[in-house]
Structure formats: C-alpha cells, structure tokens
Design a protein around this ligand. Structure first.
Ligand SMILES: Cc1cc2nc3c(=O)[nH]c(=O)nc-3n(C[C@H](O)[C@H](O)[C@H](O)COP(=O)(O)OP(=O)(O)OC[C@H]3O[C@@H](n4cnc5c(N)ncnc54)[C@H](O)[C@@H]3O)c2cc1C
Length: 312
C-alpha cells in the first residue's frame, strides 16, 4: 500500500510517519546522539516554592515558560527524574497541525504555531518547518469530510484549500494519485523538533528565574486541608502551594499513586506509540531520504501511526 501511494518510497514503511519524519529529520534525526542539554540546572532543591512542576517534558517546559513570563519564575521549580526532554522526545514526530476536533483545541494549536515561530525568530531553535499537511481522499465520503472541514475552517480561521489530484501531485511530486479523488491542503501546518522546542522553552524559563532539578524523582505529594502542601523527592522535600502534574506517560501513575485524581488516563495514542519507538528511532536514513515533504494523511486506509512489517 505504501509503495503504491509513494512512488519512489521505501517499501514497507508507513508513508505518513516517514514523510512526517522526513520533514523533521533534517534538523534533528541527523543529530542522533548529539543531543543538547540544559545548562544552569539546580544542584540542590530549595526548601520552598510556590509551584512545583513534575516532569521536564514539553508540557512541563511550556508551563514553566508561561509562569515565568507572568512573573512567577523565581517561585517555580521543575523536577525531572531524568534529563529535560527525556520523555517523549524521540518518539514524537513533532507534527503541528491546526485542525482539531474542537475550537478550543484549534486555538491551542494555533497559539503553539505562533510560539514556535516566535521562538525561531528570536534565535531559539525549535526545528520548526512549515511543510504543510496534505489530507488525501480516495472516496467520495472522505471528500465530503474535507468539504465540511473547509467550511468549518472559515469560522475557525484556518487557511486551507480543497485540491484536485493533480494539485496533490504538484504539492508532493512523489505521490501516486491514480486512485485519489482530491484532498485538503493546509499550508500553515508544519513540524517541529520536540526536543529542541522543549529545551528552548525551558532555557527561557531558566533565564526568567525558574529552577530546574534533573535526576530527581517526585516520590510523594502531600496535602493539608484539601490543598497541596509539598512534595517528597529523591533529593529531599519541597513545600509548595501548587503542584502541576506534567509527567506525560507517567501522569496517571502519579495521580493514582498520590491519590490526586482517579479519572486521568494515559492516552491510547501514547500506549500505541510507545511500541513503535524502535521503528521511529532506527530509521533515520530512510526518513532523510524522503527529504522535506508535506505531512501526508491518506484517509482511513493508512493509519496515522501504522507500522507495517519491515525486514531489513
Ligand atoms: C510515537 C509518538 C508520536 C507522537 N507524535 C506527535 C506529533 O506528531 N505531534 C504532537 O503534537 N504530539 C505527538 N506525540 C505526543 C507528544 O509527544 C506528547 O503528547 C508529548 O511529548 C507529551 O509531553 P509531556 O511533557 O506531557 O510528557 P513527556 O515528554 O513524556 O514528559 C514527562 C516527563 O515527566 C518525567 N517524570 C515522570 N514521572 C516523574 C516523577 N515521578 N518525577 C519527576 N519526573 C517525572 C519523565 O521523565 C518525563 O521527562 C507523539 C507521541 C508519541 C509517543
């Protein structure tokens, strides 16, 4: 199926994932093993902080960045059990798409794109590449979905265009469009490098007073009178007023273990994607070979994160 869709592609790989990685790879995958690290981390924990953020992934970095911008930097501590960006950094293909199921999510995605561009314009690397997304339709039903998305895009403020099969091929010349009825082209979408993005956010947070403690795990969260009062870690205790759970894949475990919330779930996407980590990390040459392409999505048939059989 992949070979049919991408004419000169690499047989056996997910077109969607490879092409997404292809776009991203130029900045990051080439640097496998040469990861940048965060400097200016704390060597010991302060006894008190207003806010403790658990996890130095992209969510923890974003929360720290926004708190620092609002003047809470010197009252905020990020506690990371490994290194900043250690969580999903290699797994994520860093796709940043504006189309989401709800307006609230669309606004978050649009503000993320603005933030990526802003950081890049200030010389803070994020690996941002505006390669666009091309959603392909092989059926009339799928084309109807895209027509609806096009109508919706007007009120949601997303620039997009319904395109013919020929235009699809112009946008992505390696595409086989024999069975394609058309598509939806979203030029403002792109890819970022999750690790670089995370580091740039965290660097700005540190510059604005946030303390970051690496190699330190939170082992308990305490509360008093129904409010958070502090955390225990492998490097000591910190009193705090607010605790922000940004532990990503581990967030549910943190919530349930510490009795904070029973309803939070680790997303299915994360579970399904964790096992594909090997595939994504081990195939840099293949993704590089694909060059800079749009993010391709082929309706229902090629699943977003499908990992077909592959023999080396
Ligand atoms: C294969 C794959 C592909 C993906 N593709 C995309 C994509 O294209 N676009 C997109 O937007 N998203 C994508 N995602 C999702 C995205 O990567 C995640 O949503 C995002 O990285 C989550 O960030 P986070 O900061 O919440 O979690 P993480 O990056 O997992 O960070 C959590 C951090 O918490 C730390 N931690 C955990 N427990 C503790 C503790 N007790 N004490 C201290 N620290 C702790 C961990 O060490 C970790 O560093 C993808 C995910 C995967 C797996």
């Amino acid at each position: 199926m992949f070979a049919r869709r991408v004419r000169h592609g690499v047989q056996g790989y997910s077109a969607v994932k490879c092409i997404a990685l292809g776009s991203r790879s130029l900045s990051s995958i080439d640097n496998l093993g040469l990861e940048e690290k965060l400097s200016g981390c704390l060597s010991s924990l302060p006894p008190k902080a207003k806010v403790v953020i658990c996890g130095g992934g992209v969510m923890g970095a974003a929360v720290a960045y926004h708190l620092a911008r609002r003047g809470w930097g010197d009252q905020t501590v990020v506690i990371e059990q490994e290194k900043v960006g250690a969580g999903s950094r290699w797994c994520s293909s860093g796709l940043v798409g504006a189309f989401k199921p709800s307006l609230a999510q669309v606004k978050i995605a649009q503000s993320s794109i603005r933030l990526l561009k802003d950081l890049e314009s200030r010389g803070k690397p994020t690996g941002w590449k505006q390669c666009g997304s091309l959603l392909l339709a092989r059926t009339r039903d799928r084309m109807t979905v895209y027509r609806r998305m096009k109508s919706q895009s007007v009120s949601w403020g997303i620039e997009c265009e319904l395109v013919s099969p020929q235009k699809c091929q112009e946008i992505c010349p390696m595409l086989n469009v024999e069975d394609i009825l058309g598509g939806l082209w979203i030029p403002g979408d792109g890819v970022g490098d999750t690790h670089l993005f995370c580091l740039s956010l965290m660097r700005e947070a540190v510059e604005n007073g946030v303390g970051v403690m690496e190699d330190c795990a939170i082992t308990a969260v305490h509360s008093k009178d129904g409010k958070v009062s502090g955390v225990d870690t492998t490097s000591g205790t910190v009193e705090c007023q607010y605790f922000v759970n940004c532990a990503g894949f581990w967030a549910r475990q943190i919530s349930t273990c510490f009795g904070l919330c029973k309803g939070q779930l680790t997303s299915r996407e994360d579970c399904q994607n964790y096992w594909s980590r090997f595939f994504l990390i081990r195939s840099p040459k293949i993704s590089i070979a694909m060059g800079l392409c749009p993010y391709l999505q082929d309706g229902k048939k090629l699943s977003n994160h499908m990992v077909p059989t592959y023999s080396s």
